[in-house]
Design a protein. Structure first.
Length: 367
């Protein structure tokens, strides 16, 4: 429900479900107690803030592989990768490998837009637009998930052996599907959670570590997952609460020392991105403007029956019926009507009820 609620534009609702989920986990309750302490100083007090897009763009020319992660319940992480696409393309990156992609959609690169069969998390309009934008710019999209891991049985001496098989399988797929044919390829990898970490333990090594060992390429790994807001501040890292309290920043930010080192919070990643707390305008988070790529659009539905929740979806006019929406919002009875956040182009907008019945539709063109 946390995933799905965020996919229909209710990001605050997604965080609420996440909070309920975390409260059901005993290890998370213990961690919450540990996170409750406040700090009055931090290891990055002497570091200077820097716009994450600028910082990543500056190092991209020297990198062959950049791996950035997301928390699956947090679509704002996909927004950063989307905005990185033209920056990295200008630096020679031509491949986007995304964990969410299904091998069962081989026509994706030819078709030019995502459908509901393209992947799982790509049903989120922000992820869908990440894929759509990459294809328009000229990236080749590559699935790399290790699907056989679901049939794995853990070995008696290592309960994490199936997880390790998945991590290693993902790394091997990246090599086999891109580097074997194009050894000099510059690759952007959008991974879930800590899969891009460059760490290894007795029982489990992450995909980033396996990739480095197998390919002999040291990827530049970026963590977004740990320094982002949660509905309950007790679920946040104490450092995140401290930094958002003591430093003012409105965009994804990294911190850099005088010697040029990025703060990374450990040895598992090369850079940590701090995402600012969300601000809301007209019922939507302002980060959905994507740096000016999208603008708010007031809904043009008159006399719409809202006795029950109504889903409003916007699709690119040239895309098929099964395409992932550009944006979508739920209209709840008795609540203010949010806006759609739309890019330039011609879009068809429709309202449907819970059974899928179309209640109304219109077309809009934005310059």
């Amino acid at each position: 429900m946390s995933y799905i609620t965020s996919w229909v534009g209710d990001h605050e609702g997604g965080y609420a479900y996440e909070e309920r989920f975390l409260e059901s986990l005993e290890p998370r309750i213990k961690r919450r107690k540990a996170h409750a302490r406040e700090i009055s100083e931090s290891p990055i007090d002497t570091y200077q803030p820097r716009d994450a897009l600028d910082a990543i763009g500056a190092i991209a020319g020297e990198q062959q592989v950049i791996m950035i992660n997301e928390e699956h319940r947090t679509p704002v992480h996909r927004a950063l990768t989307l905005r990185l696409l033209p920056i990295l393309y200008a630096k020679g990156f031509r491949y986007l490998a995304a964990e969410t992609l299904f091998e069962s959609d081989p026509e994706l690169n030819k078709r030019g837009y995502p459908t509901q069969e393209t992947g799982y998390y790509s049903a989120d309009p922000v992820f869908g637009d990440l894929i759509r934008t990459a294809l328009k710019i000229g990236y080749k999209l590559v699935p790399y998930e290790h699907v056989r891991a679901v049939r794995c049985k853990p070995s008696p001496d290592n309960p994490m052996s199936c997880d390790d098989e998945r991590e290693r399988g993902q790394a091997k797929n990246l090599i086999a599907r891109i580097l074997q044919a194009d050894p000099q390829a510059k690759i952007l990898v959008h991974a879930g959670r800590d899969h891009n970490a460059e760490k290894s333990t007795e029982y489990l090594s992450m995909m980033g570590w396996h990739f480095k060992q197998l390919s002999k390429i040291d990827p530049f790994t970026i963590d977004q997952m740990h320094m982002s807001e949660r509905r309950n501040p007790a679920d946040e890292e104490p450092l995140y609460r401290y930094v958002t309290r003591e430093r003012e920043f409105a965009r994804p930010t990294v911190f850099q020392s005088e010697s040029g080192e990025f703060w990374k919070g450990g040895a598992s990643h090369d850079m940590t991105v701090f995402n600012p707390r969300a601000r809301y305008e007209q019922g939507r988070p302002t980060w959905l403007k994507l740096g000016g790529l999208r603008k708010p659009q007031v809904l043009d539905f008159e006399k719409l029956d809202r006795a029950e929740p109504v889903l409003v979806q916007a699709f690119m006019a040239e895309e098929g019926e099964n395409a992932v929406p550009v944006d979508q919002v739920l209209l709840y009875p008795g609540k203010d009507v949010p806006v759609l956040m739309l890019p330039s182009g011609t879009m068809r907008v429709r309202a449907i009820d819970k059974s899928g019945r179309v209640l109304g539709s219109y077309e809009v063109t934005l310059p």
